[in-house]
Design a protein around this ligand. Structure first.
Ligand SMILES: Cc1cc2nc3c(=O)[nH]c(=O)nc-3n(C[C@H](O)[C@H](O)[C@H](O)COP(=O)(O)OP(=O)(O)OC[C@H]3O[C@@H](n4cnc5c(N)ncnc54)[C@H](O)[C@@H]3O)c2cc1C
Length: 425
């Protein structure tokens, strides 16, 4: 039987982060990953010459953990247009980033989905958030986003037409129940620096991290069935032993490996549809939100306007997110989405070729409240868990969680606990 200092279940962002840190400390590390590539929920697929991210992702350059860990140059990032287009009452309205595009202030001043006072308040909110550091943000009194925005004085018009679809895009939820702390954090991340895409797709992030590990660190197509004491058993029957074991699977998968461990397996779902077109429906590389409140489309975006590598030469790739629950089958969903988007972009939409739809059941964890004290957990003397399900769904949380669990493992090796009690978690 093979024995390692640390066995990690899962080669998502958190597992890869932990592996990298522990390997640099000289420990022998093995990652067991059920898929045939790294990245977990942050992967891309090459499909008919297009790069399809498995669900619409954006790389927010301001994320503190990403900044301190990842090599942005290697990712060959290109930026989106700094602002958001909102489709409202039959026209596109721009909500610009006040810190970046001063020219848009003029078009924003006539945006019909917000009152004059909304525009003033928006500027004030961006400014307030800009002054706050991460620690302050995560310590503001927690409310739902809807409560916070209403109390801040925004009109129902801008809440429904801008914030609601924005929250559906960022957190994949439709009720604005996301913690106001997370709303603050995401607005800060979205507006303080560029949102971008890597040249080779969002999956380039975990690929770069995996490539930095020692050869053969990751065993692919290795589905873990059980973890018992210091033994990890694969569905193939193979057993691997680790002095320390880290489980980095999402809460739903974790529940299958160790029932009762994850606590909360609730998650937000999303369907991302991809289309090919010879002509892009817009000129700007910008996210477009459905501010109308009707239909099922949440947002549309043309990744190939940011990174031409997302589509073969002469073609464009269009992504469409659906977060609203619906009963459509796959064919009906494509028809429904195209029908809605004809209203946005005209009849050219009927020429789009549907490439693929990803239905992601466990996209990001559904959290009522955000506790930032527990990015990782020690379950017993030798068993640890990490991953975004402990805090919030984001590249930032997954990186931080991997970092923190590595520290806990390191400390437990240096100072073994003789009589471990769960209260030490
Ligand atoms: C559609 C979508 C859009 C998103 N958009 C953004 C965005 O724009 N910006 C952002 O910052 N974040 C975004 N996120 C969130 C981000 O992708 C996640 O927070 C992050 O990737 C989670 O990493 P993780 O390591 O915690 O978990 P995971 O990525 O889930 O990694 C867990 C790994 O464990 C493996 N595994 C599970 N069970 C087993 C088993 N039994 N045996 C072996 N291996 C197993 C899985 O295959 C997986 O590789 C998005 C997520 C989705 C799904």
């Amino acid at each position: 039987m093979q024995e390692y200092d640390v066995v990690i279940v899962g080669a998502g962002i958190s597992g890869l982060t932990a592996a990298s840190i522990l390997q640099k400390k000289g420990l022998s590390v093995k990652i067991l990953e059920l898929a045939s590539e790294p990245g977990g929920r942050m992967r891309s697929e090459n499909y008919a010459g297009f790069i399809l991210d498995r669900g619409f992702h954006l790389f927010l350059q301001a994320l503190p953990e990403a900044k301190s860990t990842l090599d942005y140059q290697k990712l060959e990032l290109k930026s989106l247009y700094p602002g958001i287009l909102v489709y409202y009452k039959g026209a596109f309205n721009i909500i610009s980033n006040p810190l970046k595009k001063s020219l848009d202030i003029l078009s924003m001043s006539v945006a019909s989905n917000a009152t004059f006072w909304d525009k003033i308040k928006l500027g004030k909110l961006f400014n307030d958030i800009q002054q706050m550091d991460e620690h302050e943000i995560f310590n503001i009194p927690e409310k739902t986003s809807l409560e916070f925005l209403t109390e801040y004085g925004f009109s129902n018009k801008i809440i429904q037409s801008f914030f609601k679809p924005l929250l559906s895009t960022a957190f994949l939820e439709n009720e604005m129940k996301t913690s106001s702390r997370l709303l603050h954090f995401n607005l800060k991340m979205l507006f303080s620096e560029d949102a971008s895409l890597p040249k080779e797709g969002i999956g380039a992030v975990p690929k770069m991290m995996a490539a930095a590990l020692l050869p053969d660190t990751i065993q692919y197509k290795a589905k873990v069935k059980h973890v018992h004491d210091n033994m990890v058993e694969l569905t193939s029957g193979e057993v691997i032993s680790g002095k320390k074991i880290i489980l980095s699977a999402n809460a739903m998968d974790l529940e299958k490996i160790c029932p009762g461990l994850s606590g909360n397996i609730d998650a937000h779902h999303v369907s991302t549809l991809y289309f090919a077109a010879s002509v892009a429906p817009v000129k700007k590389p910008i996210v477009m939100l459905n501010g109308e409140g009707k239909g099922i489309v949440n947002n549309a975006f043309v990744p190939s306007l940011v990174q031409p590598s997302y589509a073969p030469s002469g073609m464009h790739l269009i992504s469409v997110n659906v977060t609203k629950p619906n009963d459509f089958d796959d064919y009906e969903l494509v028809d429904q989405v195209q029908m809605e988007l004809i209203e946005w972009y005209g009849t050219q939409v009927s020429q789009w070729e549907h490439l693929k739809t990803y239905h992601i059941k466990y996209a990001i964890p559904r959290k009522k409240s955000i506790s930032f004290s527990a990015y990782s957990k020690q379950i017993s003397e030798d068993l640890f868990i990490c991953g975004d399900h402990l805090t919030y769904g984001s590249l930032n949380a997954a990186l931080r969680s991997g970092k923190e669990v590595a520290l806990r493992v390191e400390q437990s090796i240096e100072q073994p606990v003789e009589h471990f009690t769960k209260t030490a978690i």
